[in-house]
Design a protein around this ligand. Structure first.
Ligand code: NDP
Length: 320
C-alpha cells in the first residue's frame, strides 16, 4: 500500500503557530502564497500559555496571550492561510521541492519557514518527572487553579519565574520562589514586583534535590539544599511550578541543518537555515527556535515577517 501523497506543490509551509509562525502566515497570505501552517505540538506557542502581555506595542493596557494568538490566527486565515492541527514527523530539506512528512502524508513545498519555537525546561530529576501532572507543572496558567489555597514553590530567577509567582498568588496561599544562585536574571521591575508581594517568599542559592510524594503520586514537599551552607531541608509544598527557561524545538532537524551547542538553529542573515555553513535553498527560520538572545513576542513576530518577505523574494527569483 502506498502512502497518500499530495501531488500539489505548495509555495510555503510554516512549521509552528506561535507569534513568529502566525506573523509569517499573515504576510505570506497577504502575498497570495496560501501558506499552510502546521500548528505543531504546542499550538499557539508560548503566548498561548501566558497571561497578560504588557509589552506588545499597540496594547496600552496589555493583552492576554491566548487572545493575541487567536487574533493573529484570524488575521492569517482572513487572507487565506490554512491552519492544520498537525506536526512534522520527517523531512527532506535538500530535495526540490522540499518534502515534509506529516504522519503518512508527504507534503511538497517550494519553501518552508521553521518557527517551532521553544519548550519549557525541566530540572530532569526522576522525582520531578514522575510527578508531572500530579503537582509538578511548567504552566502556571494551565494549572494555577489547582493550587488554590495551597502552599506552592516556583523554581527560577528570570522573568518567567517572577511572572508565574505573581500570577500564582491569585490562587496559592503562599508562594516560595527558589533560585539556584543569589543572582536573579529577572528585569528589575519584575523582580521588584515579586519581592514586594506579601505572599511571595524568596529562597536564593537553593537547589531542588528531590520532589517528595512519588509514592503518594502527589507532591508533598521539596528536599532542598542551600548551595552556600550545604544545609538540606524540606519545604512542605503541594505544587512545584517550573519557570527555568526553554529549549528550542529543533531536535527534529538535528543533522539536517546547523544547530548551535544548545540546539538553536544557526541562522544566516537572521533568516536562512544552513548546513555546514551553506544556505539551504528554500529553508527559512523565524522566532525563538533561532533566537537565544531576545526571545520576545515582538521580536518573534518581527522575524516571522522577515522570513515571509525572504520567501517572497526567493520565490520571485525562482520564477514564481
Ligand atoms: P531566563 O533564561 O531569563 O531565566 C531562566 C532562569 O532559570 C534563570 O534564573 C536560571 O538560573 C534558571 N535555571 C535555568 N536552568 C535551571 C536549572 N536546571 N535549575 C534551576 N534553575 C535553572 O528565562 P525566562 O524564561 O525567565 O525568560 C526568557 C526571556 O523571556 C527573557 O528575555 C525574559 O525577559 C522574557 N520574559 C519576559 C516576560 C515579560 O516581559 N512579562 C515574561 C517572561 C519572560 P541561572 O541564572 O543560574 O542560569
Amino acid at each position: 500500500m502506498t502512502s497518500p501523497t499530495s501531488n500539489e506543490t505548495r509555495d510555503l509551509v510554516i512549521l509552528g503557530s506561535g507569534c513568529a509562525g502566525l506573523t509569517a502566515a499573515i504576510y505570506a497570505a497577504r502575498s497570495n502564497l496560501k501558506p499552510l501552517v502546521l500548528e505543531g505540538h504546542e499550538p499557539g506557542g508560548q503566548l498561548s500559555i501566558t497571561t497578560l502581555v504588557e509589552n506588545f506595542p499597540g496594547w496600552p493596557d496589555g493583552v492576554q496571550g491566548p487572545e493575541l494568538i487567536e487574533n493573529m490566527k484570524k488575521q492569517a486565515q482572513r487572507f487565506g492561510a490554512e491552519l492544520r492541527m498537525a506536526h512534522l514527523s520527517g523531512a527532506d530539506l535538500t530535495s526540490h521541492p522540499i518534502q515534509l512528512q506529516v504522519g503518512a502524508e508527504t507534503i511538497h513545498t517550494r519553501t518552508v519557514i521553521i518557527a517551532s519555537g521553544a519548550s519549557a525546561r525541566w530540572l530532569n530529576l526522576p522525582s520531578e518527572q514522575a510527578l508531572i501532572g500530579h503537582g509538578v507543572s511548567s504552566c502556571a496558567t494551565c494549572d494555577g487553579f489547582f493550587a488554590s489555597g495551597k502552599e506552592i514553590a516556583v523554581i527560577g530567577g528570570g522573568d518567567s519565574a517572577m511572572e508565574e509567582a505573581l500570577f500564582l498568588t491569585r490562587f496559592a496561599s503562599k508562594v516560595t520562589l527558589i533560585n539556584r544562585t543569589a543572582k536573579f536574571r529577572a528585569s528589575p521591575i519584575m523582580l521588584e514586583r515579586a519581592k514586594s508581594h506579601p505572599n511571595i517568599k524568596f529562597l536564593h542559592s537553593t537547589i531542588v534535590e528531590e520532589v517528595l510524594g512519588v509514592e503518594e503520586k502527589d507532591v508533598k514537599g521539596l528536599r532542598l539544599k542551600n548551595t552556600v551552607s550545604g544545609d538540606q531541608f524540606v519545604l512542605p509544598v503541594s505544587f512545584m511550578f517550573l519557570g527555568i527557561g526553554h529549549i528550542p524545538n529543533a531536535q527534529a532537524f538535528k543533522g539536517m541543518m546547523d544547530l548551535d551547542e544548545d540546539g538553536y538553529i544557526v541562522a544566516k542573515d537572521d533568516v536562512h537555515c544552513t548546513l555546514n555553513g551553506e544556505i539551504l535553498p528554500g529553508v527559512f527560520c523565524a522566532g525563538d527556535i533561532k533566537d537565544r538572545k531576545y526571545r520576545q513576542a515582538i521580536t518573534a513576530a518581527g522575524s516571522g515577517c522577515m522570513a515571509a518577505l525572504e520567501v517572497e523574494r526567493y520565490l520571485e527569483a525562482h520564477g514564481r
